[in-house]
Design a protein around this ligand. Structure first.
Ligand SMILES: NC(=O)c1ccc[n+]([C@@H]2O[C@H](COP(=O)([O-])OP(=O)(O)OC[C@H]3O[C@@H](n4cnc5c(N)ncnc54)[C@H](O)[C@@H]3O)[C@@H](O)[C@H]2O)c1
Length: 453
């Protein structure tokens, strides 16, 4: 009843805004997995800070938000509307199984050109990875020397907690956020070990195989009261124990799997087909990519995790149960092929078989020559800043899952029993309305009859 009342109040057109602490001091960003995405993100932040480049693709840095009526002409930048940490206040650490500092790792990833990297070299070289929690049973294709040893998984979690405290102390950060940019782990389904804090902690001490390394970082972060965002499709925080911990420690969680290339296109196109009631007979998506992520995904276990994440999108957007004649019987296939010559410059082909008036078939081909980490880096930045905002917001920090930032994910997390919203445009509206709500501005419904009074 109380929850219903709370939601009714939230649905009110206008309230007075809610308390948000000011972003004072430094924000520490902790990244398990310092590969292509992480280094492109950190190098990019430093390049923007130095005025070398612009933060293209980042909603928090370049996006605006309309307030009030169209005739009011009020559209501030999002970063001026809500109190976000400034880029100058970001400090970084991370963990990786390889010992390379961020300059070396970025050079090997081959995403950014040497000329740009050299301009931020001293900064990148100063960030070296902490020893990782790693187990080849969860990521088969890679192995490295920079790995923690411990008597059991609980011991490893304690070591990560000590890393977190050490970083906070040494960097002088007042707040922290963890964002998983590590490899995609093998497919795991929720099990008894994931159902409660008690069961999970017992399982940690018993080295239960249902606890993947990413869950150990997540557990450590949440126990330290630090928000955790998951950029990979791994189960990680999408289990009851993490929901419980997150609410208990008021450390927000979100995930899963950054929505970058092909799935971004899918969630742009599919809402358009549905809006115009065009039917779908099939959608075949194939990718070639040659980075380390591609190599990891060459393993069937890791691919299965990714495939599940990529496949769920269309079902939820198209709602076959509401539109059986249009979407009741479509074929959806996703293939990922590891092809080294392409490096991080992926190519994603889509063949889309649609049908229109009287069932007449048509085809659409999309060939997206994209750069994976270039698309992912601004998402990492936005998630870090929004998760820190959520942690400082009296209204958001105790909610656990931050569904309002579904916009950034292929498999958005939701409260149990709630279907995820995948439509990019609804996700954006939800995000912006949440920000308006936090600041006590009127929600925008796009009704607009009053303009014709
Ligand atoms: N680039 C994109 O567009 C995109 C989109 C969605 C999701 N993702 C996901 O983001 C993640 C990172 O992608 P990437 O291209 O940077 O991959 P990458 O292989 O370049 O980097 C991943 C890094 O994680 C490290 N790692 C693996 N397990 C670890 C562990 N347990 N602890 C610490 N480090 C660990 C690896 O050594 C590697 O350096 C992947 O899971 C990928 O699927 C990427």
């Amino acid at each position: 009843m109380a929850t219903q009342r709370k939601h009714a109040a939230i649905a009110d057109k206008k309230h007075n805004g809610s308390e948000i602490q000011a972003p004072k001091g430094k924000l520490g960003v902790m990244i398990p997995g310092m590969g292509a995405v992480a280094t492109t993100f950190v190098a990019g932040v430093e390049a923007v800070r130095k005025g070398i480049s612009k933060p293209i693709g980042s909603l928090t840095q370049m996006g605006t938000i309309r307030l009030g009526k169209r005739t009011d002409a009020r559209s501030p930048k999002i970063k001026e509307f809500v109190p976000l940490a400034g880029l100058d206040d970001l400090v970084f650490t991370g963990w990786d199984i390889f010992e390379d500092d961020m300059y070396t790792a970025a050079s090997k990833a081959g995403v950014l050109e040497k000329e740009l990297l050299d301009q931020v070299k001293p900064f990148l070289s100063s960030i070296t990875p902490r020893k990782a929690v790693f187990d080849r049973n969860y990521v088969k294709k890679i192995d490295g020397p920079n790995v923690k040893k411990g008597k059991n998984k609980m011991d490893l979690a304690e070591q990560v907690r000590a890393d977190i405290r050490d970083f906070k102390k040494k960097s002088g950060a007042t707040r922290l956020v963890t964002i998983w940019c590590g490899s995609t782990e093998t497919f795991i389904t929720p099990s008894a070990a994931h159902q409660s804090i008690k069961a999970f902690e017992k399982a940690l001490t018993q080295n239960d195989e249902n606890i993947a390394p990413s869950m150990i970082y997540a557990y450590a972060s949440l126990m330290e009261g630090v928000p955790f965002a998951n950029g990979a499709p791994n189960l990680t925080v999408d289990i009851p124990v993490m929901h419980e911990l997150s609410r208990q420690s008021e450390a927000p969680i979100c995930g899963k799997d950054f929505k970058t290339g092909q799935t971004l296109m899918k969630t742009i196109l599919a809402p358009g087909f549905k809006a115009r009631l065009l039917g779908l007979a099939g959608w075949f998506s194939t990718n070639i990519l040659g980075n380390r992520d591609g190599e990891v995904l060459d393993d069937p276990g890791s691919f299965k995790t990714k495939e599940e994440s990529k496949l769920s999108v269309l079902e939820h957007i198209l709602q076959p149960e509401l539109y059986p004649d249009l979407y009741g019987n479509f074929t959806h296939k996703v293939r990922i092929n590891y092809y080294p010559p392409r490096g991080d410059n992926k190519e994603g082909w889509d063949n889309i078989d649609i049908f229109g008036w009287l069932g007449y078939p048509m085809q659409i081909k999309v060939d997206f020559l994209c750069r994976d980490s270039i698309l992912a880096a601004p998402i990492v930045l936005d998630l870090v800043l929004f998760m820190d905002l959520a942690k400082r917001s009296a209204e958001l920090r105790g909610l656990g899952i931050q569904e309002w930032i579904s916009f950034y994910f292929k498999s958005p997390m939701t409260a149990p029993g709630l279907y995820p919203e995948h439509d990019l445009f609804i996700q954006l509206m939800k995000l912006k309305n949440t920000l308006r709500h936090l600041r006590g501005e009127e929600l925008i419904t796009h009704l607009g009859l009053e303009y014709y009074d």
